[in-house]
Ligand binder design. Sequence first.
Ligand SMILES: Cc1ncc(COP(=O)(O)O)c(C=O)c1O
Length: 364
Amino acid sequence: MKIPMLNIPRMQSEIRDDLAASLLKVLDSGQYINGPEVAAFEAELAAYIGAKGAVAVSSGTDALIVAMMALGVKPGDEIITTPYTFFATAGSIARLGAVPVFVDIVPGTFNIDPAQIAAKITAKTVGIVPVHLFGQCADMSAVLKVAEAHNLWVLEDAAQAIGAKWQGQMSCTMGKAGCLSFFPAKNLGGLGDGGAVISNDLEFIEKVKVLREHGSKPRYYHHFIGGNFRMDALQAAPLRIKLKALDSWVTGRRRVAGRYNELLKGIAKVPVIAEGAESVFNQYVIRVDKAARPAIMERLKAADIGHAIYYPVPLHLQPCFSNLGYKAGDLPVAELAAEESLAIPVDPKLSDDEIKEIVNIIKG
Ligand SMILES: Cc1ncc(COP(=O)(O)O)c(C=O)c1O
């Protein structure tokens, strides 16, 4: 039975008519960029997260870029982050001329190890970008503590973790700001690219809004150099509909994760969720012996079951960052995770039969 990583049409089948109507409404409105749909989405998103402000932008990557522009990041600044993440986290830092400084992850959760941050802080360090990987928050109590001690800002990369909590607090509300992605495979996925910057600091929100439109306010008067980071109304309108369904999909993801946890006992290492973390399971990532992984992947491929390695090469070993001087062995926990991790479908609508089928194939 063919099982993709995420069957988006099936997932959203109950709201398909509403989604189609929302697109037609935009078509007939004649307002295609920013406008009332985007403003309404921003207000609803901020309310969902319980934050004072949200700025909808063109992608999660652009959310990171524009947030760091608003934070005043300049060439030569050092920014601490994790090597075990999607490329955009460190790519955005580098695109601003700043230097990503990689800190290894903890063995369990795949997230940054706060205990190793202080040793990497220099006079040039300006901030920390923890990533809430696979839907689970990093240990934010410890990250915020080290940031405060060294007077650094914290920008949460919550691209994979909308609605995730750390000790009862929502992602995106713990640092100076948080960034979301609405890439279609995210828990709240658009019908294309989209992202948002979230913050409780309204002055910061305003600055991001100005930078989103080439730094102009009023229009054609430029106090800063920004960019075009705007969201299309054609994304905001369906995202407003999908936001209402988000919690039920997260419940489905948690159901699937719980079932895998039972069935995979003794077969693979299931995800470790830290005490105090409430994961939204954007991905369900198991760990298997590195020698056994290729055969498991072959079986999954032969059975037409979605699977992926997130991520095969940690960022400190990517060729484009070779100038930073890292070598294999420098960040061993991330390097081992790259060799052992395996993501399997965590579609909120997976049936019990589908879950059992996937587990059987992994078992071999
Ligand atoms: C951790 C992380 N950061 C940033 C991004 C960038 O988001 P986008 O693909 O919307 O640009 C992603 C998404 O793929 C991500 O997973």
